[in-house]
Write a protein that binds this ligand. Sequence first.
Ligand SMILES: [Cu+2]
Length: 179
Amino acid sequence: MTRLGQTRPALPFGLTPAAAGSMKGSALRRALLAAMAVGLLAAFPAPLAAHDASAVGVAGDPAKPARTIEVVMADGSDGMRFSPDRVDARSGEQIRFAIRNAGTVDHEFFLGTRDANKRHAEMMAAMPEMKHADSNAVTVAPGGSATLVWRFTHKGDFEFACLVPGHYALGMHGTVAVR
Ligand SMILES: [Cu+2]
């Protein structure tokens, strides 16, 4: 049982003071290293996100032609949404998403597979302060705008989603159908 005001250094989670005390040197070090490794994975999910994004396509080249699609982010008493919430694209096509936040709070535009976004949203719920700055994601402040250029290289139904905790469930996601 942990008490307030304890002076003991924090132990890796799952390790009780009694268990730590019974461990000798190297075992305790291994437990600490394992806990640190888990912590590092949780703190730096970006490589995982980037890997997932490769199933959707690659970062676009702004110097090359792109079709512009305007996307508006909105929030209100009736929920949160992207307009449009469906985009059709051709495999190999480069799209320049011109994103504007017409809402009252920060929103994200995060491009990925449905599975990756779902897992990512769960992770975000545990780390609400996490900000994304990958080629497949952008955060837009209220009244602000941003562009994201992306080339879709695979056919399938993909998703753009706002992964700010709670927003996805309020309706903030859309589909990119690549044919
Ligand atoms: Cu949002």
